[in-house]
Ligand binder design. Structure first.
Ligand code: SAM
Length: 286
């Protein structure tokens, strides 16, 4: 197998197929040879698992996954990579590449059609322009996954793995903590990619909770409240929720005090249970 982290190999593959990077598709390919084996190992790629990969690039991570997992299904939007991948993945009979937009793919179907009785995990170096939407889609659909191990921009990783409550927390932190246990695994410098992005990255792992937190009366309203709470980060909970959800401030304050919180509280200071209690109370009052 050729070394897909070797720049001359990548350049030759590009020349042969006429491929050039698309910035719009978040194409920063990994060229640091230590990173993909670590993602594969920490992401649970083993003989018990089927791995769903999002975004193959030239197949550098796909190769490492295929060597360890029972089966790999990778979803890649860019059909220009087809000739390259048929070359770089040719020695594996346990890899299937689906050329499609992951955001428009029925992943439940992909999993049930391809992985049968296998345990399933997601491993990916995610395209940065859709990091949060992809993660939220994977979580909200309650796919039968063990874990999601992904490379994301450092700043996004810090937000996704922030403790609750904390200054770094945002709506996505609450959502991630609702469905999973997030964990920061390791940092990856910008020089590990070709072309090199302007920011550093990190790899995070979300271990999926089979039991989501108890007590949420209405999930849709809960997540709407959480998004409203963090819509203006440094404002008080009352001001943010009132303006984002178009509810008069007195009503929001009544919900806040009814669950024993001070009216001056900021969204970054609430625990998961306090968010749940507050959104239940707010929905009741309305
Ligand atoms: N896994 C490779 C690596 O580590 O070098 C490539 C990672 S690159 C950051 C992201 C990959 O996701 C690109 O190959 C890009 O074409 C693909 N991609 C971008 N948007 C996508 C989408 N909506 N659905 C599926 N793949 C997408």
């Amino acid at each position: 197998m050729e070394d897909l982290t070797n720049i001359s190999v990548i350049k030759r593959l590009f020349e042969e197929s006429g491929f050039s990077f698309s910035k719009a598709l978040g194409q920063n390919f990994l060229i640091n040879p230590t990173v993909c084996p670590k993602i594969a190992e920490m992401g649970g790629a083993d003989s018990d698992h089927g791995i769903l990969e999002i975004g193959t690039g030239v197949g550098v991570l796909t190769n490492e996954l295929a060597q360890r997992a029972k089966k790999v299904v990778a979803i890649e939007i860019d059909t220009r990579l087809r000739p390259i991948l048929s070359e770089t993945l040719k020695e594996y009979d346990n890899v299937k590449v689906i050329f499609a937009d992951v955001m428009k793919t029925d992943l439940n179907n992909v999993i049930s059609e391809n992985f049968e009785d296998l345990r399933v995990a997601v491993c990916a170096n995610l395209p940065y322009y859709i990091t949060s939407p992809v993660i939220m889609m994977l979580l909200e659909q309650r796919l039968p996954l063990d874990s999601i191990t992904v490379m994301v921009q450092k700043e996004a990783g810090v937000r996704l793995c922030a403790p609750l409550p904390s200054r770094e927390a945002g709506a996505v932190t609450v959502a991630v903590n609702y469905y999973a246990e997030p964990e920061m695994l390791f940092n990856v410098s910008r020089g590990s990619f070709m072309p090199s992005p302007n920011v550093d990255s990190c790899v995070i792992r979300l271990k999926i909770n089979n039991d989501t937190p108890k007590g949420v009366a209405n999930e849709e309203f809960f997540f709407k409240t959480v998004r409203g709470a963090f819509s203006q980060r440094r404002k008080t909970l009352a001001n943010s929720v009132s303006s984002a959800m178009n509810i008069d401030k007195q009503t929001v304050n009544n919900a806040i005090t009814s669950v024993g919180l001070p009216q001056t509280i900021r969204p970054e200071n609430l625990t998961m249970q306090q968010f749940i209690a507050f959104s239940n109370a707010l929905e009741n009052i309305l």
